[in-house]
Design a protein. Structure first.
Lengths: 269, 379
């Protein structure tokens, strides 16, 4: 039994991990210094979700992938130039802040509303993908709230593997404590899957995929709905960088034997 | 004035997919400063409470002591809950609630959400303090949504902020720390395991109010099939280990003789893990090399990855070897207390200012000797 899935991937932007980040206080609360100038990427775990979605769609004829992304329109456009060359998808853009200090519940409301507005959405075929946490807020909260808003109670987080059974059932591996995985079997769609790294490598850029995607990406960006995130009820008392800089003792001239002895003594202490 | 809200799902469905417990919808006033603090825990497979639950109880007690007029209650979900409740019966909780039964033995979103929702409603909880286990982290944000509340995970500290509860948590993958408060209730606070000391309250006999939760078939579409784990001798992730051993990409690079020595590196690392019982972490670059099909350390997976896109484990000590990189990569040992590093580069960004001691040396030579010494001590 092959099911034509409707796979909606939720994924936003984060600053390139190699950038130096510094918190500042803006008019709407905490923000990053020069936030709009920082080069951005698609959130790493959301990227894995997107690649897994594309792989599932490729192996399930008739399936389609949407990428729902909330971020400043200009930065979304910049990131789409790269990501659109990776795998086929249709973009649904929401124009709003992508800061880590935005409220997850408000982001979830905006994402759920955008998903439910997709024309022809069939809940019996719906799989909602995303990263299990973002690299910005790092909350691991948004996907569950999106699922609840959509009325989906089969939810999985820290997913590393999804297998589709012959009967349309979903076998899912979720990360749990101690480097282990929980194996769950779900009767089928609809379901929410917050992905960890999965098993797929990053696809190589494919200009042909990029050209097809960009036909829908640019119009989607032009008609991106503006989203205001007020952060109602949320109050930050402080946001700061960790101050502790360690006084590193540099040991240069000791033999491997002497260093090994010192390390073993330290381990056993 | 806030109230419990069970919002209608945005997508219509012929069969109701969300289960809400049969507890009547409660009107809840947020105008009173009296907080009801619920410690919400789940049992382990043997019916006991994990250490992380006791750590969350410690955090709940901090809030209970700090917030005048607040009360502390306990809620437990599991196949059976009495033994777990009894194990902490000496804590100053005024009430114990439980949702028990075979349906609640397994870690499953739909049944866990129904159970947690029922307990929160029965307890009229305004603050829900829970361990950030994989089971609770999966479900409690959804329960917060269901109840019109808010959720924060990876909480590393709780405090009193002028009569209001405040929490500490990290943003941008442990690169900056924030203190925040919220007006919404219920507020779900998921405490990172290892970030608090465990409450040492003693055992006794707890009077548990069992809350019946009948699960509709829509909440039983998922079944937990089991746990997949590496064989005991191949398990390299050990959360309770005293030491985190971090391996960097340098182990797979050409050495002084112009050759790579990956099999030797693998033997040294495996040997060290066997004699030290350390937990193994890896830099992203080393894990990625494996994903790209290069011959690297066969036992490494993304589960070992620490740092910006990996985990940030908590261990008393950390020893990094052959790691390099700047600030974004070093967040992997943000929560390691004592840190030492072995690197050939005396200016290594991973170590300088981040480690207590940096040994400028060849890790192959040093770790070989370390293994010999540890093995000799064992025999």
């Amino acid at each position: 039994m092959s099911i034509a899935y409707q796979i909606v991937v939720c994924g936003s932007l984060v600053p390139d991990p190699l950038q130096t980040l510094e918190p500042v206080t803006g008019p709407a609360g905490p923000a990053l210094k020069n936030e709009m100038m920082l080069p951005a990427i698609l959130d790493p775990w959301a990227s894995h979700a997107l690649y897994e979605a594309a792989n599932l769609a490729k192996n399930s004829p008739g399936s389609k992938v949407w990428l729902v992304s909330l971020g400043p329109k200009a930065k979304l456009q910049q990131v789409m130039m790269t990501i659109a060359q990776k795998v086929p998808f249709e973009l649904i853009a929401l124009d709003g802040p992508a800061s880590g200090f935005t409220e997850a519940a408000e982001v979830a409301a905006a994402l759920a509303e955008a998903i439910s507005a997709i024309p022809g959405l069939d809940k019996s075929k719906l799989l909602v993908f995303g990263g299990w946490e973002s690299a910005s807020r790092g909350a691991g909260v948004t996907m569950q709230m999106v699922g609840e808003r959509l009325g989906i109670v089969d939810q999985f987080q820290g997913v590393d593997e999804l297998k589709i059974g012959a009967d349309g059932s979903l076998e899912i591996l979720e990360r749990i404590e101690g480097g282990k995985h929980q194996i769950s079997k779900c009767a089928g769609a609809p379901a929410v899957l917050g992905w960890a790294t999965g098993n797929l490598s990053e696809p190589k850029n494919n200009p042909q995929v990029g050209m097809v995607n960009m036909r829908t990406v640019m119009p989607a960006l032009q008609k991106a709905k503006q989203v205001k995130l007020a952060g109602e009820g949320l109050s930050f008392a402080s946001v700061s960088l960790p101050k502790q800089l360690r006084e590193t003792k540099i040991v240069k001239d000791k033999s491997p034997d002497a260093i090994a002895k010192e390390i073993v003594e330290w381990i056993k202490k | 004035m806030e109230h419990w809200s069970n919002e209608t799902p945005l997508l219509a469905s012929n069969t109701p997919l969300t289960h809400h417990s049969n507890t009547p919808t409660l009107q809840y006033s947020n105008s009173s400063p009296m907080e009801t603090i619920l410690l919400l825990a789940h049992t382990e497979a043997d019916g006991s409470l994990a250490k992380s639950a006791r750590e969350s109880l410690h955090a709940a007690r901090i809030l209970n002591k700090a917030l005048a007029g607040s009360s502390l209650v306990v809620g437990i979900v599991g196949e059976t809950v009495q033994a777990a409740a009894d194990s902490i019966a000496a804590c100053p909780a005024t009430k114990y609630f439980g949702v028990a039964g075979k349906d609640f033995a397994q870690s499953r979103y739909a049944s866990d959400a129904a159970a947690a929702e029922a307990i929160c409603k029965a307890a009229r909880a305004t603050l829900v303090v829970a361990p950030a286990t994989s089971r609770w982290t999966r479900v409690l944000p959804g329960v917060a949504q269901r109840l019109g509340g808010r959720a924060d995970t990876h909480v590393t500290g709780v405090a009193d902020a002028g009569g209001k509860p405040a929490i500490n948590r990290w943003y941008y993958r442990q690169r900056m720390e924030a203190t925040l408060t919220r007006a919404q209730r219920p507020w779900f606070i998921l405490v990172d395991p290892g970030s608090q000391t465990a409450c040492e309250c003693g055992a006794g006999t707890a009077k548990v109010e069992n809350i019946p939760v009948a699960l509709p078939d829509a909440c039983k579409r998922t079944t937990e099939m089991g746990i997949r784990e590496p064989k005991a001798d191949a398990q390299t992730i050990r959360p309770d280990a005293e030491l985190l051993f971090v391996t960097g990409a340098g182990w797979t690079k050409k050495q002084a003789d112009g050759q790579t020595h990956v099999p030797e590196a693998e033997k040294l690392i495996r040997g060290f893990l066997q004699v030290s019982r350390a937990s193994l972490g890896s830099s992203k670059s080393l894990v990625d090399l494996g994903g790209e099909g290069q011959a690297v350390l066969s036992f490494l997976s993304h589960l070992n990855q620490i740092g910006q896109t990996g985990s940030t484990p908590r261990h008393p000590k950390g020893l990094s070897t052959c790691c390099h990189g700047e600030e974004p990569h070093t967040v992997g040992w943000r929560f390691i207390n004592e840190r030492r590093a072995i690197s050939l580069d005396p200016n290594c960004g991973w170590a300088r200012g981040k480690a207590d001691v940096l040994y400028v040396a060849d890790a192959f030579a040093v770790m070989g000797k370390v293994n010999e010494l540890l093995a000799a001590q064992k025999s």
